[in-house]
Ligand binder design. Structure first.
Ligand SMILES: Nc1nc2c(ncn2[C@@H]2O[C@H](COP(=O)(O)OP(=O)(O)OP(=O)(O)O)[C@@H](O)[C@H]2O)c(=O)[nH]1
Ligand SMILES: [Mg+2]
Length: 216
């Protein structure tokens, strides 16, 4: 859930990168950290094992001029893909404003992609949320691998729904489409935020600005 701080006129949104083990979630965040200008991003915080597997989460804060008069930041989190850390997934997902689901394009990872997607749905439900309520972007990563499943197959597997999610083909290792993915999810999160503000206006029957709201 977005949080608004009136004291320093700032708003922050939480975006969570999910997906099957080793699909490239940490690589996305590391590439964003490397590509984005120092003036608009914080330090990368990674809690990983010696073998570079995400143990708890990775965290990166990115600032953007998105809400007039407010310093707006997007707090990016990854979750560990390994099922043993499901409690962490649930915890990090709590109060998410948007989701990036990273899918592994390797043909032999398709069952794992589907399991991770279903697990995400189940955990959102436990948190009282759902994929229908949240802005979601799909990223089909590792398009460079020789055994990549066709994009049509990934779309059929993960995006076969009436309101289809925006999707990107990426090579996170080379940084390809990592910024486009972040732009898409952050724009969707902002659109959702404005829609909620307008609904609040309609309910209260008077115009409201971010400065008049404690949280959305
Ligand atoms: N070929 C290829 N490999 C990639 C790509 N993106 C990431 N990788 C590799 O995939 C492996 C796993 O990447 P991570 O970013 O650690 O994956 P993760 O999803 O964070 O993994 P967990 O935190 O353990 O769930 C690493 O060896 C990456 O270099 C890509 O686009 N192409
Ligand atoms: Mg990781």
């Amino acid at each position: 859930m977005s949080s608004i701080r009136h004291e320093d006129r700032s708003i922050s949104f939480k975006i969570v990168y999910c997906g099957t083990p080793l699909c490239g979630k940490t690589t996305n965040i590391a590439q964003l950290h490397a590509k984005l200008d120092l003036s608009c991003r914080g330090d990368l915080v990674s809690l990983s094992t010696a073998a570079d597997r995400t143990l708890f989460f990775d965290f990166l804060s990115v600032e953007a001029a998105a809400v007039p008069g407010y310093r707006t930041s997007f707090q990016l989190y990854t979750v560990p893909g390994q099922i043993t850390y499901n409690a962490t997934l649930q915890l990090v997902l709590r109060e998410a404003d948007g989701i990036v689901f990273v899918a592994d394009s390797q043909m032999d990872r398709q069952r794992a992609n589907l399991q991770a997607f279903q697990n995400l749905e189940a955990n959102l439900r436990l948190n009282g949320s759902s994929l229908e309520k949240l802005p979601v972007v799909l990223q089909y990563n590792k398009r460079d691998v020789p055994n990549a499943a066709p994009v049509e197959y990934l779309e059929f597997l993960l995006n076969n729904r009436p309101n289809r999610f925006i999707s990107f083909e990426s090579e996170a290792k080379k940084g390809k489409n990592v910024i486009a993915t972040l732009n898409a999810v952050s724009q969707a999160v902002l659109a959702n935020f404005h829609q909620q503000m307008m609904q609040a206006e309609a309910t209260l029957g008077q115009p409201r600005r971010a400065s008049e709201m404690s949280s959305v």
